[in-house]
Design a protein around this ligand. Structure first.
Ligand code: RP5
Length: 162
């Protein structure tokens, strides 16, 4: 099956976080491709990726970046596909820099921004799955099972009271 999600990250140093995105995509059986695309070091590759994404069959793009995190916004500037931004946690400002850089897109190039770090990385994959599920019954069923399982797990956690 052709890849439907493109996962981009600004540096290989983002991989420990973005790996979590990929693991959730795999759990839902969603074919994806992954790339390191540094917005400030690889501007030509960034533009080519954004402009070719729809034609090569991608449906959603997930982009993770840290610091002055312009990768998700610059991809959004080059495609009409939905772009989900993952703010990578940074050592200097704990990822608040990444969050504000990604979430504060001006009108015209939206980026659906998730939370900083690991939860955000996993939620980005879930959000992509939910977008794809609007037109894919099999992913929709897997999402329903996932929600059921997490509800049962939360309810059963009462047994852990001492
Ligand atoms: C951003 O700068 C990347 O997304 C990464 O989070 C951060 C640091 O990159 P490296 O200096 O580790 O390559 O472009």
């Amino acid at each position: 099956m052709a890849n439907v999600v493109g996962v981009a990250m600004g540096s290989i140093s983002d991989w420990p976080t973005m790996r979590l995105t990929c693991e959730v995509l795999e759990k839902f059986g969603i074919p994806y491709e992954k790339h390191v695309i540094s917005a400030h070091r690889m501007p030509d590759e960034l533009q080519a990726f954004g402009r070719s994404a729809r034609n090569k069959g991608l449906k959603v793009i997930i982009a993770g970046a840290g610091g002055a995190a312009h990768l998700p916004g610059m991809i959004a500037a080059n495609t009409t596909l939905p772009v989900i931004g993952v703010p990578i946690k940074t050592r200097t400002l704990n990822g608040v820099d990444s969050l504000l850089s990604i979430v504060q897109m001006p009108y015209g190039a939206p980026v659906a921004t998730v939370s900083i770090g690991d939860s955000g990385a996993k939620n980005a994959a879930l959000l992509a799955a939910q977008i794809l599920a609007t037109n894919d019954q099999s992913i929709q069923n897997k999402l329903a099972d996932f929600k059921h399982d997490q509800r049962v797990e939360a309810k059963n956690s009462e047994q852990q009271f001492d």
